[in-house]
Design a protein around this ligand. Structure first.
Ligand code: MBD
Ligand code: FE
Length: 289
């Protein structure tokens, strides 16, 4: 399935770009508090520079009316498909994350992407992510310790984890997958240690049947992200790290469509009886530092 360019058909639905996009758009609207408190001088500066960059590109490459109208039609289509969350998180978020994370000590972060859902089922110290009785794939034990940047173990640190299944699909964004499949929140023990049993995710292909797919085809790009785990690691008095972790050897570690791979985020999976085991420790910066 992961090498197939088409969306999967299932009994009750298809993971179309429009369906995935509509879910992502709705989630963004309901989960993120977007406060428009940016002062007018800053809006004018930023909007002005972005527009100037567009004008410069048009002048430098002598963009035609046909090309302008193709862009206009495409932008309209991105909205109709609900693919603004996907487009922005794939092609823009990494630059924002780079700025946000550059001065923070401790574990590296990377982009959140469009598929986080707050409020997943919780468990203490060691547990298994919600999964189907016949969940496919290789069993993965993901474990580690959360400390402060000075090495102090952070008792009761919280690790929120979400990832795709072995076909590359996310619950709540593809049809026919139970609500919290492969999503969970684990609270660490007194030493900041946690253990999460799950299934190894597959590489992820962004939907190719919508406007983002159309851009990829028109430009001769590819739609792939390497297989990854998404995490938010938090602890009292510390800054939350939003990150992703990757598997060495994945074909797309070097050309992630979302530009979100960093060398520090490579895991070191060990083959164990019946699956793989990964130990990855997190160091959190203190709040206000
Ligand atoms: C993903 O799973 C993802 O992590 C990002 C960043 C964009 C699209 C899909
Ligand atoms: Fe993802």
């Amino acid at each position: 399935m992961t090498t197939d360019q088409s969306a999967p058909s299932t009994a009750n639905g298809t993971a179309t770009a429009a369906a995935t996009g509509a879910n992502a758009t709705q989630r963004f609207a309901s989960d993120k508090q977007v406060e428009a408190q940016t002062p007018p001088e800053r809006v004018s500066l930023l909007a002005g520079e972005v527009l100037s960059a567009i004008h410069d590109t048009i002048a430098r490459h002598e963009v035609t009316y046909d090309e302008y109208n193709a862009l206009k039609a495409w932008l309209i289509k991105v909205g109709e498909d609900g693919e603004w969350p996907l487009f922005l998180d794939v092609w823009v978020e990494h630059a924002v994350e780079e700025v946000a994370g550059k001065a923070r000590e401790g574990s590296k972060g990377t982009i959140e992407g469009p598929f986080y859902v707050p409020g997943a089922p919780t468990f203490e110290v060691e547990g298994t992510l919600p999964m189907r009785d016949d969940e496919q794939g290789t069993p993965l034990l993901f474990q580690g310790q959360v400390t402060s940047v000075d090495g102090t173990p952070l008792a009761g640190a919280v690790v929120d984890i979400w990832h795709a299944d072995s076909d590359g699909y996310y619950s709540q964004f593809a049809p026919d997958i139970q609500e919290w499949n492969l999503r969970g929140v684990v609270t660490a023990d007194e030493e900041g240690r946690f253990h999460v049993h799950t299934m190894r995710p597959a590489p992820y292909q962004i939907p190719t049947d919508g406007s983002c797919g159309a851009l990829i085809r028109a430009a001769g790009w590819h739609p792939w992200r390497p297989a990854h785990l998404h995490l938010k690691v938090s602890a009292e008095g510390h800054q939350t790290v939003t990150t992703q972790l990757y598997f060495p050897g994945d074909a797309h570690n070097d050309d992630d469509v979302a530009s979100a791979v960093k060398p520090e985020l490579m895991m070191d999976p060990q083959d164990v009886d019946g699956g793989v085991q990964v130990t990855y420790d997190f160091a959190l910066a203190k709040s206000g530092s």
